[in-house]
Design a binder for this molecule. Sequence first.
Ligand code: NCD
Length: 318
Amino acid sequence: MTERHNRGLLGLSGLSRSEITRILDTAQMFSRILDRPVPSVPTLRGWSVVNLFFEPSTRTRISFELAEKRMGADIINFSASISSVNKGETLLDTARNILAMKVDAIVMRHRASGAPHFLAKHVNVPIVNAGDGAHEHPTQALLDMLTIRQKLGKLEGLKIAIVGDIRHSRVARSDIWGMTTMGAEVTLCGPPTLMPKFGEHLPARITYSLDEALADADVVYALRIQRERQDGGLFPSIREYVQNYGITQERLDVAKPDSLIMHPGPINRGWELSHDVADDPDRSVILDQVTNGIAVRMAVLFLAAGREPESINSGARA
Ligand code: NCD
């Protein structure tokens, strides 16, 4: 049984360039629909999807929900805090009970790496991973790549610097797999304690020097400092982190003049990015990333439902 036997999306590791391109091309079609006065296309009417969130999330959950609504799907929202998971039900039992109600797909976020992969082996509907532990967050990386493609025209040959807490970041992992498959060159940068663990193979260069990472970069991607992990003593202080790895206009001098600034959100302003960098009208595409999240999630769900991209416009009110 392959990971994609049922058309869901568990991660970008293992996807081919043509599979990623197909999702991005489909997302680009949805992005044009979202720019219309009536930004919806009832192409998944009668199709039902459950958003199964076992970990707190605001923007990703809203983004999936809006994507589903824009396509006319029926939505069931489920979050762990109000569910019988608290009564001790297993993940598999929870999913089986929901599926007994004839749900067509599951969007899932879970704090355990591999949880959606486990579920995909046991249930027979598409599963879309909305973030599993520190493992993958494939729709985030796809929206990142769509944004880069729209702004710079391609991914092939670009120099992309990802800065911050790589070790705990599912966003970084999905980006590294996706971007390198698409032909970009990825450099990871941050304090040694936040770099991937020894033995983890990721197709990226590692440096502890921000100047080295930013030199000649086309894209500068800052990750959130995971404040919740500060107690772990992985770096001495926020002040020291900001001094060494905080991205300011001055430090960006070595990057390409038209380089993009990206961040998956939520931003700790003044920490990973200075205010003027976060709001830079020419370089920062952080809000474009958020907008593109809806188009990408529409594309992923649409393809998960087994629909053909050529049919998108047949249901659209132009
Ligand atoms: C990211 C996540 O949850 O993995 N955020 C998101 O999807 N909006 C990144 C993060 O929380 O640092």
